[in-house]
Design a protein around this ligand. Structure first.
Ligand SMILES: [Zn+2]
Length: 156
């Protein structure tokens, strides 16, 4: 993550703040942003999780449909891809409203049994707001909420 220097007082603020933490001046990211060296691929991976569960693909689907992640969460799309030998892959697109970003975060859940075990992959995106896409942790929160649905069935 980078830093941004305050125009008014010169304070170096961490990436993510809208106003200077010392004087309250609005920070100018376009002009005063300093990028730190960081691994971009690692950053992307933070939005992704993979785990196995002790239930079938159909049971996992049912859990999501009956889950209560809040009234503002809805299933926006679902697609089942069937393969030979009763193998399949189910893709579910969830969307939830987060007031902290005043917008919707998208959660993609991919459930497959291609290797005789039920594998679940969760990717969240879309919580970014403003020019620099601050998502204020909304993507992490949503991913954790989705994973919690399966918590008692997760296997090593
Ligand atoms: Zn300042």
């Amino acid at each position: 993550m980078g830093r941004v220097i305050c125009d008014k007082c010169g304070e170096v603020n961490d990436y993510g703040y809208v106003k200077c933490q010392k004087c309250g001046e609005k920070l100018n990211y376009k002009k005063n942003y300093i990028e730190d060296d960081f691994d971009d691929s690692e950053n992307e991976e933070n939005n992704f999780d993979e785990f196995y569960v002790s239930i079938t693909l159909e049971e996992a689907e049912k859990l999501i449909e009956e889950s209560n992640i809040g009234a503002s969460c809805a299933i926006k799309g679902k697609n089942l891809i069937k393969f030979p030998d009763e193998k399949s892959c189910l893709i579910i697109i969830l969307e939830k409203y987060f007031s902290r970003v005043n917008g919707y975060v998208v959660g993609t859940v991919i459930i497959d049994n291609s290797n005789n075990e039920t594998r679940i992959q969760v990717i969240t995106a879309g919580g970014g707001t403003g020019l620099f896409g601050f998502e204020y942790g909304s993507e992490d929160t949503f991913r954790n909420q989705i994973e919690k649905i399966f918590s008692e069935y997760i296997v090593d």
